[in-house]
Structures are given as C-alpha cells and as structure tokens.
Write a protein that binds this ligand. Structure first.
Ligand code: TYM
Length: 334
C-alpha cells in the first residue's frame, strides 16, 4: 500500500515484436486498472538476456517497448515506467532470493522446459533462475496485484512461495502478491495453430498479430486464420479456431459470446474473420498513431526515463535495505 492506493506491478520482456496476446492478456488490463492502483511497469531487459540478443537491435527494441507502454495509454507522469536494468536492486534481490529457492521448484517450471527445448544450444543458468528474478521484480515494490496472462501464473505462484518462505523466517518483509488474470484475452492462441499460444517467437509470422502490423496485414492474417470444420460461428470445444477468434472479438468489442453468435447467425467464417480483423485494427490503430508521434518526442521520453528510474530506485532500495538488514548483512557506514 502506498498512501491510499494498492500497488500494481507488471512488465514485459524486450524481446521480439509484441503480439496481440501481449496486449489483450496484459497491457489492456494495465490500462484499465491504472487509476485504481499505484503502478510500476518495467521494461524487462535483464530477462531478455536469457536469450542471445543483437546489441544494437536490442537497445532499440527496449526503447520502443518503453514508448509503446506510453502509446498504449500509460501516462509516464502518473505511472513509474522504467527499465529493469537501470535499477540494480533487481539483480541484487534476485541473488538473495536464489538462496531461498529450491532447484526442485525451478525444475518444475513449464516455461523453463519449453524454452530449454527451443534453445537447446543455450540452456544457461539465467533461463533456469528466470522466475527468481521475476520474483525480485515483484517483491521489491511490495506489489499487491500483478496483471499477467495465464502463461505467467506458475511464475506468480513461485513468487508467492518464495515470499512466504522468507516472511516465515524473518517476519513480514514482503507483501504477498496476487495475480490478476482478465476474463477474456488471458490466453490468445496462434492464428495458425489455435491449440498453441500466440507467441512473439513463432517462426510463422502469419500465426501472430504484431501490435505494429498495418491494417492490411492484420486483415490478411485474419482472413488466413485457420478455422475448424463446419461453417457456424459457435463457441464450442471442437472449434478451437473459432473460439479463439470469438475471444479476440469479445476482448476488442466487449460483445458477449451470445451476442456474437446472434450477430453472425447464418453468416459464414469469411464474414466473421473480416469483422474480427476490423475490430483489432480499430483497437491498434490509435496506439500505432500515438507511437509515431511519441517517436518524435525524444527529449520528453528521455526526461520520463530519468525521473522514473529515480522513483523506481527509491522504492526498490527501500525493500532491498530491509532485506539486507533482516539477513544480517553488515550495515553500511555513512
Ligand atoms: P512476456 O514478455 O512473455 O509477456 C508479457 C505479458 O503478455 C502475456 N502474454 C499473453 N497473454 C495472453 N495471450 C498470449 N498469447 C500471451 N503471450 C504473452 C504474458 O502472460 C505477460 O503478462 N516473465 C514475464 C515478464 C516479467 C514480468 C515480471 C511480468 C518479468 N518480470 C514481473 C510481471 C511481473 C514475461 O515473460 O512476459
């Protein structure tokens, strides 16, 4: 709790091009919860290093992610939007928490298993301890709520376990965070294989809608989306393709499943896919336009980065000092 408001913490990795899944599963909820909470949003550039990055491209991408947070509607004067790597307390707390995390727990993480299969030539220790850094991110700011997509739930659970373990030994040091998973859009599926999550690392670019795709590309990708046998627009278990499109349509228009079924009664897949594409374009277009404007406002973004780095450091250091003291690390002489 900071003043009257509870604390919200979240972030995204600065890896690959953000997808509609990232937007509907996380960012959209960040914007809707924004007024209610005191918010911290990190550009998770340290997490991105678990996969090899090309330095110049990586630097650009991280900056662009920062700008995208702002373009999506998060005001950097009211919210602390900052780079994870600019706040050394993240890496320091991650080390301390490593000493309170068991190998067995980390071994169970499905994302570690998936990522090690995907990057078999680079299964580094960072990939393994990734959830501990994520726990440090969240716990440093004493977050009450963490809005994420379904795929991050396991990481939230381990964060809570680590925090409870620590609190049990040293008293109430960390707030135990709750995950916030939205009712719709918490797991947007691939447009080409609707039983698989839409992912920025998918090699098939038709499988994902990228937030900066232009209108024609978005419509084309929806037209090509894999659908199921039959031709009715129904939310049914044996129709994963249509269910995914209906979820996307609900998340972008606010219409319920029943309303959608009624709207497209007697109409075919083609017409429905076009409507979903258009709904997505109308949500993404204003963000893209704002992004273009903000790219011209370099000094404004720079000033926000500077001010928010300091704010994040202040809050993060407060928790870190408390943890160090509890652990019995020698106090600094001032
Ligand atoms: P990342 O960068 O993989 O994804 C960012 C957010 O997008 C959500 N997401 C999805 N939601 C619905 N459908 C999809 N297809 C989809 N794909 C991604 C993710 O659930 C996530 O909320 N480990 C985190 C980054 C992180 C973090 C944190 C998040 C680091 N530290 C502290 C919260 C708090 C991650 O990899 O997200």
């Amino acid at each position: 709790m900071l003043g009257e408001k509870k604390i919200l913490y979240s972030g995204m990795q600065a890896t690959g091009n953000l997808t509609l899944g990232n937007y509907l599963g996380a960012m959209k909820n960040w914007v809707s919860l924004n007024e209610e909470y005191e918010c911290f949003y990190g550009v998770m550039d340290l997490h991105s290093l678990t996969v090899r990055q090309t330095p110049a491209e990586f630097r650009k991408r991280a900056r662009s992610l920062y700008t995208l947070y702002v373009a999506a509607g998060l005001d950097p004067e009211k919210n602390c939007i900052y780079f994870q790597s600019h706040v050394p307390a993240h890496a320091e707390l991650a080390w301390l928490l490593n000493c309170f995390t068991y190998m067995g727990e980390l071994n169970r993480m499905t994302q570690f298993k998936d990522k090690s299969a995907k990057h078999a030539d680079n299964i580094n220790a960072g990939l393994f301890t990734y959830p501990v850094l994520m726990a440090a991110d969240i716990l440093l700011y004493q977050a009450d709520v963490v809005p994420v997509g379904v795929d991050q739930m396991q990481h939230l659970e381990i964060t809570r376990d680590i925090a409870e373990r620590f609190n049990h030994i040293y008293g109430d040091v960390f707030t135990i965070p709750e995950a916030y998973v939205g009712k719709v859009g918490a797991k947007v599926m691939s447009l080409q294989e609707p039983t698989k999550k839409m992912s920025k690392s998918d090699e098939n670019t038709n499988a994902s809608i990228y937030l900066l795709d232009d209108a024609d590309t978005i419509i084309r990708k929806f037209k090509r989306a894999v659908t199921d046998s039959g031709n009715e627009i129904l939310y049914a278990q044996d129709k994963p393709g249509i269910c995914n499109l209906m979820d996307i349509y609900t998340a972008t228009t606010g219409k319920s499943k029943e309303e959608i079924e009624k709207e497209f009664d007697g109409k075919g897949y083609g017409e429905f896919k076009l409507a979903v594409g258009e709904a997505v374009v109308s949500v993404l277009k204003p963000i893209q336009d704002r992004m273009k404007e903000l790219e011209q406002e370099k000094s404004y973004i720079d000033s926000m980065i500077k001010a928010n780095d300091e704010k994040a450091q202040y809050f993060a250091n407060k928790t870190l000092r408390k943890v160090q003291k509890k652990l019995g690390l020698t106090e600094r002489i001032r």
